[in-house]
Structure formats: structure tokens, C-alpha cells
Design a protein. Structure first.
Length: 55
């Protein structure tokens, strides 16, 4: 592990406070995408199976 990577693992509280809104935004973006994928997963799998090669 490089020194700058180790420093990133032990972030100062001020740096953590800056990252919190970014992490919250990432979660707000990711959760609806995951939910949509889980809801549409059956249709996606059926579509792939239907268009797959036969034989």
C-alpha cells in the first residue's frame, strides 16, 4: 500500500465531513437504479434468452 492510499484510509474528520455529501449523493443516485434493475430483471433475462442463438 502506498503512503497516499494509507492516508486516505485514515481521513481527518474535516475531510470526512467534505465527503459525506458526496457519498449521500452517490447513494441517492444508486438506489433508484438498483431498484429499477431488480424490478426489471425478469424482463431483461427473458429478452436476452429470447434473442440468444439457438442450436
Amino acid at each position: 500500500m502506498f503512503p497516499h492510499q494509507a492516508r486516505a484510509l485514515v481521513a481527518a474528520p474535516a475531510e470526512t465531513a467534505v465527503r459525506s455529501p458526496l457519498l449521500a449523493g452517490a447513494v441517492v443516485i444508486a438506489v433508484p437504479l438498483v431498484v429499477m434493475f431488480l424490478v426489471a430483471q425478469r424482463h431483461l433475462v427473458e429478452g436476452v434468452a429470447r434473442t440468444g442463438s439457438k442450436g
